[in-house]
Design a protein around this ligand. Structure first.
Ligand SMILES: NC(=O)c1ccc[n+]([C@@H]2O[C@H](COP(=O)([O-])OP(=O)(O)OC[C@H]3O[C@@H](n4cnc5c(N)ncnc54)[C@H](OP(=O)(O)O)[C@@H]3O)[C@@H](O)[C@H]2O)c1
Length: 259
């Protein structure tokens, strides 16, 4: 991006924080008035690290495009340069945000298909919460499947928000389209599946649990989260006949590689 650092970012106040677990935090900042984004995109946020040097990290927007705030979801890494500062932040503190949102992890990368599959591990859930607040997505797809894989049940952030999200008046008539599938890999909660996403795809366990068949003709899949999960899921889906969607050759997969 061109321009001096001062012209690239603005400072905005932190409005609120919410801890899901001691290591998992959502936070809201005031949306700078000129800040625009497409659901699925991310912003770079800046804080001063412990030694005073600025440190920047990318975070996907969780919020809807019309919200007056911007919401983000973060893990807190002990000793992490950025997140150890984030862990101490209080409402009214100011955080830097680049003026322009970035990224191509957006549903307009798909030109066809009837079923949208949103596959996430951990905080990779974030962009899907914004995508699920886009009325066009609810209108366009016949079924929307959200799969969130975490280690243990308590890490399933936004569980109750996801349940109520579908009832929003702007798309409530499409609420029946959403299927939410929690997955935990290190506990055995009765309401979750218990294997990593590539394995659940390989064994068709996801399709069975959700009652939604996967096929390259109808299914369009987005993958976001742990980089090795993104790679392994991509590889598994390639073996099943799915291809990355490119401008020159629309396909069935869109992958978030920015992390
Ligand atoms: N905050 C944001 O806005 C945002 C946006 C986009 C992406 N991200 C990225 O999303 C990631 C989220 O964290 P995380 O997913 O690493 O959390 P995590 O807590 O380390 O792992 C969550 C789940 O991913 C599974 N997993 C790990 N490696 C896997 C693999 N190779 N294949 C399939 N599943 C695998 C784990 O299974 P096991 O228990 O079996 O290990 C666990 O169930 C981070 O890398 C973050 O940078 C964040």
């Amino acid at each position: 991006m061109s321009g001096s650092p001062e012209t690239r970012y603005t400072e905005t106040p932190v409005l609120s924080l919410h801890h899901w677990t001691p290591k998992l935090l959502s936070f809201r900042v005031e949306r700078p008035r000129a800040f625009r984004f497409t659901p699925g995109q991310f912003a770079r946020l800046g804080l001063d690290s412990a030694d005073g040097a600025p440190v920047w990290r990318a975070y996907s927007m969780v919020s809807a495009v019309w919200d007056e705030h911007l919401e983000f979801l973060s893990i807190l890494v002990p000793g992490g340069k950025f997140t150890s500062q984030l862990a101490q932040i209080q409402p009214d503190a100011r955080i830097r945000i680049e003026k322009t949102a970035t990224g191509f992890f957006t549903t307009d990368r798909f030109v066809d298909g009837t079923d949208l599959w949103l596959l996430a591990t951990g905080t990779g859930l974030a962009p899907y919460l914004s995508i699920l607040q886009d009325p066009a997505v609810w209108q366009r797809f016949e079924r929307i499947v959200l799969v969130h894989c975490v280690q243990v049940w308590d890490e399933l952030a936004y569980r109750s928000e996801i349940a109520t999200l579908a009832q929003h008046p702007l798309w409530a008539e499409h609420a029946h389209k959403l299927r939410y599938q929690p997955v935990t890999t290190r506990d055995d909660h009765a309401d979750a599946l218990h294997a990593r996403i590539p394995e659940l795809l390989r064994t068709c366990a996801l399709e069975r649990a959700l009652g939604v068949p996967l096929s390259p003709e109808t299914s369009r899949l987005m993958i976001c989260g742990n980089p090795t999960m993104v790679q392994d899921t991509h590889r598994q889906l390639m073996q099943m006949g799915y291809r990355l969607s490119r401008l020159s050759a629309p396909g069935q997969l869109v992958v978030e590689n920015a992390w």
